[in-house]
Design a protein around this ligand. Structure first.
Ligand SMILES: [Zn+2]
Length: 190
């Protein structure tokens, strides 16, 4: 989910397209990824209409957190030095998220839940937490950037052999196949 969040700046290396244009986009991302339910999104949206300044501020934090997550994972994928500012920002967001984490008994055990999900920035807590969980998990070596140079979406390669190259076969894999086909045809005809 935190990698999907990074991908909300689409085509970031070529023609960046901002998919989080306003606070509602951010709330909808949270709904789509199961962080909030539709009634929470409705409530947050009503509150954001009443306090647009605060909503804009939270949108700004969200984009800053997103770019920090991008920078850190980008450095990991490309085996570059860790960017300290980006890591500090994630740490700040994780600490903030931790203040809202509560142990809640569930059947057979406990679960982490976030309190006060009606706060403007409540969707940022699980995103920060998910980034921290991924950074500390044994799945970290399987975080990839899509092989397509115009895409470079992040994804977690959960395939059996860990040889996945495309964010999505239909989105980029096919595009690349078509491209290779045209290049071969061109070579053949020249
Ligand atoms: Zn892709």
């Amino acid at each position: 989910m935190c990698l999907d969040f990074v991908n909300t700046l689409d085509d970031r290396h070529t023609k960046p397209k901002e998919l989080l244009e306003n606070y509602l986009d951010l709330a909808r991302f949270a709904e789509d990824t199961g962080l909030l339910d539709s009634s929470q999104v409705d409530r947050l949206f009503a509150r954001s209409e009443a306090d647009p300044e605060r909503a804009r501020e939270v949108l700004k934090w969200a984009r800053e957190l997103r770019e920090a997550i991008h920078e850190v994972f980008w450095a990991i994928i490309n085996k570059r030095p860790m960017p300290p500012m980006a890591l500090a920002r994630i740490n700040g967001s994780v600490q903030n998220a931790a203040e809202h984490m509560r142990l809640v008994p569930v059947k057979g055990g406990f679960q982490w839940k976030f309190d006060d999900v009606n706060q403007f920035e409540s969707m940022l807590w699980p995103i920060a937490r998910a980034a921290a969980d991924l950074l500390t998990s044994d799945q970290l070596p399987y975080v990839r950037a899509c092989f397509s140079k115009t895409c470079e979406w992040f994804f977690l390669d959960t395939s059996k052999n860990h040889h996945r190259r495309w964010c999505d076969m239909t989105r980029c894999g096919n595009r690349a196949k078509v491209q290779r086909f045209y290049e071969r045809q061109k070579k053949r005809s020249s």
